[in-house]
Design a protein around this ligand. Structure first.
Ligand code: FAD
Length: 666
């Protein structure tokens, strides 16, 4: 992709952290001409984020490497709370499950960011020749506002190659006096160096700048985002006075719960323990925000040994030490969200560039990747000329809502975590530890990423009042939620086990929804042994096969190789598997090709398996076992619409609003 004319690209990604790389996965998978640049000279190899949430694993699984990364990560199953007793002595006060059971096939786990980035880079390399251009940063960005709705390249960006740093200057940035890698120079306790880097580069002989034109630019350039400034986005919110240190160590300790996630409130401050892969443990340690004279603490006084001292005070009478410390940093807690997520739907912001918060709830890397997982398929569909540009508006509306919820959650969570424990019932300034536990429990649901609920839009047809109209005639299209009450429209489809009709193998429904850009039309066909129901399915097959249906009218152009169809039709019936033969179903549900014969991977059944029990999918989804329904799922697995088998006109209306007319067949 990047080997063609490099001065014109469909998509320019600024920043190759988790959000930039997740965006690049979509671009690689769907064959979009892309460049991705980063001002670093190499990838990170230690530090920063480590928490991976359930929804993130589901996304990884849809990209094909979920099981590998799940196996490699450290699984966190229980949270233990430690608090001071009435004599201010630390004791284990409670234990709760970490991830709410039944929410997902995956639970919260930890693996450091560098490994996560490696998985994403491997995926990108497998699907394209896209490579991160390190040591490159933008120095100007202009949007040709007269042409934002055109088919051209309305965004101009000048990219500058940075002079290679001397090994000494690099080492002085990354290593402290004790030669332990640290993230202090990138932390929010340190001033932004972006402009200084640029000025140095401009003043250095031998660096060069080149102007490129892009259809779309995405700023994934972290908390000090340069792109954010170019589009006039301001961060709203505050920094608090709370300072926290981070130590990544292999602990030597007599503290009994070191391999559990622990929330510790002691008389000497607060601490969180995050067990990680390869014997590592991350400690988040509260640092006094003011020194003895009452002045804000100087970041240069924060060192690994000071942090260890603080950890020992908090954990006392237990002791903790280490021989191996792999990384450390310190940061000031703040919750801020960008005033806008895009300019003209041509330049977008994602990840830390547009929301920052404390890292203890393990959200940063996850929500950042979720942003671009949301944006990627939309941008690709528009660049390809498949979808209308109005699809892009849904990025800002959907992700801004989530960012605000995140900031609200984190504000509450961090405040409770950083405050001192209440000493008695009337101590209103102290933190009530019961409230803390309740917020923690509720927070686990939010932080799993599985309860994200997008509002009504072009691609979410929730029941209830809506400002958005879908399809011709301006009549709102409303999905029939009551047909599948436990598949909420606007949320990602929950997963239950079903069996392949053709060989009896059990699959989780989500495993059948790889991230390949296709919309899924899932036909819950009901009881095929019921004659009337079987006729309903046949009629649906005839309607879907007609030249007027969306399946026939919206198709990738002939020379488009990355997708054979925008849609995949999956059928799940509720009759006993052994009483149904695949070939008795209408052909459209298990299509035939002269090259490969019948497609045996499109029809499934909700029945008992030999070795893995019964998924009870119909019952769990709340779908009538006899009558079924149809569920339309977006390429990112969020539920767009639900209706009856007869509602093909509504399905047509939904897709008429999304797909461009040029892809309509005559
Ligand atoms: P980033 O990971 O910040 O990636 C941004 C990328 O853009 C970087 O590679 C950067 O070099 C590049 N870039 C920036 N500006 C430019 C520019 N002008 N031109 C070109 N490239 C540019 N999260 C946790 O959950 N736990 C933690 O303990 C934790 N500690 C952290 C410590 C530090 C020092 C930092 C910086 C972050 C930490 N985080 C932590 C946050 C977590 O790493 C982020 O939430 C996550 O990485 C966000 O991903 P992102 O891709 O949006 O941004």
């Amino acid at each position: 992709m990047s080997s063609e004319d490099p001065s014109k690209v469909d998509v320019l990604i600024i920043g190759a952290g988790p959000s930039g790389l997740m965006l690049a996965t979509w671009m690689a998978r769907l064959g979009i001409k892309t460049r991705i640049v980063d001002k670093r000279f190499d990838r990170i190899n230690s530090g920063q984020a480590d928490g991976l949430q359930s929804r993130t694993f589901e996304i990884f699984d849809s990209l094909g490497f979920g099981q590998d990364i799940w196996r490699e990560a450290n699984h966190m199953l229980e949270i233990r709370f430690w608090n001071p007793d009435e004599h201010r002595k630390l004791y284990r006060s409670d234990m709760i499950v970490d991830t709410v059971p039944g929410l997902s096939r995956f639970q919260q786990a930890t693996l450091h960011q560098a490994r996560v980035e490696e998985y994403l880079l491997t995926y990108i390399g497998k699907h394209s020749d896209l490579k991160v251009e390190y040591g490159v940063m933008p120095e100007s960005l202009d949007i040709d506002t007269d042409n934002v709705e055109s088919d051209g390249y309305p965004v101009s960006v000048t990219l500058r190659n940075l002079p290679s740093p001397s090994p000494e200057s690099q080492a002085s940035l990354d290593l402290d006096d004790s030669k332990i890698p640290n993230g202090l120079h990138r932390s929010n306790l340190t001033a932004d160096t972006t402009d200084a880097m640029l000025q140095d580069a401009q003043a250095t002989d031998g660096t060069h700048a080149a102007k490129i034109r892009a259809k779309y630019v995405v700023g994934c350039d972290g908390a000090h985002s340069w792109t954010r400034r170019q589009i006039g986005c301001v961060m709203e919110g505050d920094h608090s006075d709370f300072i926290w240190g981070v130590l990544d160590i292999i602990p030597i300790t007599d503290f009994p719960d070191i391999r559990y996630r622990c929330a510790i409130h002691s008389a000497s401050g607060s601490m969180m323990i995050i067990p990680r892969e390869n014997k590592h443990v991350r400690l988040y340690i509260q640092v006094t925000e003011v020194d003895e004279t009452g002045k804000p603490v100087d970041r240069f006084n924060i060192t690994p040994s000071n942090l260890l001292d603080a950890a020992n005070k908090i954990l006392s009478p237990y002791k903790i030490d280490y021989k191996h410390c792999h990384w450390w940093t310190a940061y000031r807690i703040g919750q801020r969200v960008g005033s806008k997520f895009s300019a003209h739907d041509r330049v977008f912001l994602a990840g830390d560039a547009v929301h920052t918060h404390s890292p203890k709830a393990g959200q940063g890397m996850n929500i950042s990747m979720h942003d671009t997982y949301n944006l990627g398929w939309k941008v690709a569909s528009v660049v390809k000329g498949w979808a209308n540009r109005s699809l892009l508006e849904t990025y800002s509306t959907e992700r801004q809502q989530i960012a605000r919820e995140l900031i609200e959650f984190d504000r509450k969570f961090s405040h409770l975590f950083s405050g001192r424990p209440a000493e008695h019932m009337m101590d209103k300034e102290g933190v009530d530890l019961k409230t803390f536990k309740q917020v923690f429990e509720k927070g686990n649901l939010f932080s799993s990423g599985c309860v994200v609920d997008y509002a009504s839009s072009l691609i979410v047809t929730k029941p209830g009042p809506t400002k958005t109209t879908v399809g011709d005639g301006g009549i709102p299209l409303v999905g029939k939620q009551a047909l599948a009450p436990n598949i909420p429209i606007g949320m990602r489809i929950p997963s239950h086990k079903i069996l392949n009709q053709s060989d009896g193998r059990p699959w989780h429904l989500q495993e059948l929804l790889p991230s390949n850009g296709q919309w899924r039309v899932i036909v819950f066909a009901g009881d095929l042994l019921d004659h009337a129901q079987s006729l309903r399915l046949s009629s649906l097959g005839i309607e879907l096969g007609s030249p007027n249906s969306f399946l026939s009218r919206f198709r990738p152009k002939d020379n488009e190789s990355s997708l054979s169809s925008f849609f995949e039709l999956l059928t799940i019936h509720s009759s006993p598997r052994q009483k149904v033969d695949l070939l008795t179903l209408p052909e459209i549900f298990h299509p035939y090709s002269s090259e490969y014969g019948w497609d045996y991977d499109k029809v499934y059944v909700d029945d008992i398996s030999y070795h893995e029990g019964h998924g009870q999918a119909y019952q769990n989804y709340g779908i009538d076992q006899r009558k079924g329904c149809v569920v339309i799922v977006r390429p990112d697995q969020y539920v767009s619409w639900i209706g009856e088998l007869e509602d093909v006109a509504d399905m047509n209306r939904l897709f008429e609003s999304i797909f461009v007319s040029s892809t309509k067949l005559p």
